[in-house]
Design a protein around this ligand. Structure first.
Ligand code: HSE
Length: 356
């Protein structure tokens, strides 16, 4: 089955996705019978390109980071044209990988609305529209019988949203507690090992973990958006980012971070949500000195983890990469495969399975 994709935003994640298509195209065709073709790309800085036969994914992944660089491709131009990329008739899926705006959700919100109006499935790694208006976007996509998914908005490619929705579907989730920001977790580990705050931040930026503006990583607002998304998904919370009390890692004292292990503790930036017995939902983002026996205390580097508190299983912890270009690109690929599977469920041959 051929799927034609439009990529909006050819930054690290968009390029990472093009690289995945270049590397995995043949395997995806063999294993999933899916032939991914990137037919359109639009980027505010690089311009626009369209080829209904498919653009070369490797060329996209390696495109020079120069203004208007997409003009060099056949069907390319120096000016972006997001609207055309999304609405071109041959496009089946819109893949949105622009920078998160936590206040307006734009431009991703407009892209999501336009994709739905144009009858396109939509996958994104952008937290903005999902945190601010996810409920409406999901409802409208479902009403239009279109796929909408966003696994990469929490813990990049580690399947935590799908895990909660599908694997824990029979449980009641009473709360969650997570390390949800790779940059700050990496930095806390480096600070505990003796690095200064600034050196640790520079390392996290060089490794591609930090947001374009790292204030969101160290100030806690990145975790706040993720906590909001988790609370909406799993606790039925309705509200805005500002409803969640927030403290980042910037005010933590280095000496406290150094001293904690000797006291059997380790500092982590924790996003937490809990439904009380009276039904009230309590949400917070703050550094906590966890006991070393807590599964989250052992999660180091840019790794992330979430512990779900459930009625039938007790606590269940999922850990894995929480940031990175390739990891987030994988999340978008997993969203596309998930939507295809929903639309075309595999036929399970009971007789064949029984004889194996
Ligand atoms: N800057 C984020 C992090 C990327 O460090 O976790 C994923 O949202």
């Amino acid at each position: 089955m051929q799927l034609n994709l439009a990529i909006i935003g050819l930054g690290g994640v968009g390029r990472g996705f093009a690289e995945l298509v270049a590397d995995r195209g043949v395997a995806l065709l063999d294993r999933h019978d899916i032939d991914l073709k990137i037919v359109a790309v639009s980027d505010a800085f690089l311009g626009f390109a369209f080829d209904p036969e498919g653009l070369d994914p490797l060329q996209l992944a390696q495109l020079p980071r120069e203004a208007g660089a997409l003009a060099a491709l056949s069907g390319g131009q120096a000016n972006p044209d997001n609207r055309r990329a999304i609405t071109e008739k041959v496009v089946d899926f819109v893949l949105e990988a622009t920078v998160t705006d936590p206040v307006t959700g734009e431009p991703a919100m407009t892209h999501c609305n336009l994709a739905r109006e144009s009858g396109k499935h939509f996958v994104t790694s952008n937290k903005g529209p999902i945190a601010l208006d996810g409920r409406r976007l999901r409802r409208e996509a479902a009403t239009s019988r279109l796929g909408l998914d966003y696994e990469g908005v929490v813990m990049s490619g580690t399947p935590v949203l799908r895990f909660g929705r599908e694997c824990l579907a029979g449980c009641r989730i009473d709360g969650f507690r997570g390390i949800l920001n790779g940059t700050s977790n990496f930095m806390l580990g480096r600070i505990e090992a003796g690095a200064t705050f600034q050196a640790a931040l520079k390392e996290a930026q060089d490794l591609g973990y930090a947001e374009a503006d790292p204030t969101a990583d160290i100030g806690g607002s990145d975790v706040r958006l993720k906590t909001l998304i988790l609370a909406q998904e799993f606790l039925g919370f309705h509200g805005a980012p500002t409803d969640i009390e927030m403290q980042g890692i910037a005010e933590l004292k280095a000496e406290d971070v150094h001293a904690a292990p000797a006291q059997g503790r380790r500092w982590k930036l924790i996003g937490e949500g809990r439904r009380n017995a009276d039904g009230r939902i309590l949400l917070s983002v703050r550094p906590i000195a966890l006991p070393l026996s807590d599964p989250l205390a052992g999660v180091g580097g840019a790794m992330n983890a979430i512990t779900f508190s459930t009625d039938l299983l007790g606590d269940v912890t999922v850990s894995g990469p929480g940031a990175g270009r390739r990891e987030t690109a994988f999340a978008l690929l997993s969203d596309i495969l998930g939507i295809v599977r929903m639309a075309v469920p595999p036929r399970y041959n009971l007789r064949k399975a029984a004889s194996q």
